[in-house]
Design a protein around this ligand. Structure first.
Ligand SMILES: Nc1ncnc2c1ncn2[C@@H]1O[C@H](COP(=O)(O)OP(=O)(O)OP(=O)(O)O)[C@@H](O)[C@H]1O
Ligand SMILES: [Mg+2]
Length: 234
């Protein structure tokens, strides 16, 4: 994808749960400006892939090279400190804590004290909800809070697992616009069910099928690829 080594290089990654394998020799790369989309039907292993990249699951085999260093044996926190941001599909926020507390926790240990103000500028809806417990937020506001927490860590690569899931359709466009903005300042890996949105935001796309990459290419090409429907239809 580029002349120099990409920020993230995944080679022949296999991973799963116990003895059940979900990812099979999967290879991909990400980095540089812009977003990479990861698409695929329910259950193909998209979240398992991000969990493995983030360090929540130890791979069975394969390598994850992040910023020039092998990361597959590194603990989650070290990967995060090295600039690998991650917003999981579920439980990305503390429901019983307020929005302010969620952001303060996200900012702990961060050098940049202006970070929270930047997040509130980026997601003005959160500024109106600072004292509210996160569990009472709307679907869209929860996703904004989860993304806000992740960007407080100033990641170089931000992995987002379904940032529009459970979001009212009227707010999805706003989140897509924020993703576009984010992708101008950091690398983004976007796992999405909204295919049009993902291929619109991303410059490159991988389509997964049964734990492997079945199709990949520039987002504009993948969008028009006759094979795409085959991999995405139920
Ligand atoms: N904690 C777990 N323990 C055992 N199996 C799991 C676990 N989490 C997921 N799986 C299985 O791994 C496979 C891949 O799941 P995964 O969540 O990665 O898919 P996905 O592509 O993210 O799906 P979705 O689009 O529904 O989010 C599925 O068969 C799922 O049942
Ligand atoms: Mg998932």
């Amino acid at each position: 994808m580029s002349d120099t080594a990409p920020l993230l290089q995944v080679d022949k990654l296999s991973a799963g749960y116990g003895r059940s394998r979900v990812l099979f020799d999967l290879s991909l790369s990400a980095g540089g400006q812009g977003a990479i989309a990861i698409l695929g039907r329910n259950g193909v292993g998209k979240s398992t892939l991000l969990k493995t990249l983030a360090g929540e699951i130890r791979p069975m085999s394969g390598t994850i090279r992040f910023d020039g260093k092998e990361a597959q044996d590194e603990p989650t926190e070290r990967r995060a400190r090295r600039g690998l941001g991650y917003v999981p599909q579920e439980q990305a926020i503390f429901a019983k804590l307020t929005v302010r507390e969620n952001l303060l926790l996200g900012a702990i240990g961060k050098r940049d004290r202006g970070g929270i103000d930047d997040v509130l500028d980026f997601f003005p809806k959160l500024a109106q909800r600072l004292g509210q417990t996160a569990g009472t937020l709307s679907g869209g506001e929860r996703k904004m809070l989860a993304i806000g927490r992740a960007i407080l860590g100033r990641p170089r690569l931000l992995m987002l697992d379904e940032p529009t899931e459970g979001v009212w359709v009227g707010v999805i466009g706003e989140i897509a616009e924020r993703l576009r903005q984010l992708a101008k300042t950091m690398s983004v890996i976007l796992v999405e069910q909204h295919i049009e949105l993902a291929l619109d935001v991303a410059r490159y796309a991988y389509v997964m099928d049964r734990g492997q990459i079945a199709l990949e290419g520039a987002a504009a090409d993948v969008k028009n690829d006759p094979q795409l429907l085959k991999y995405l239809s139920p």
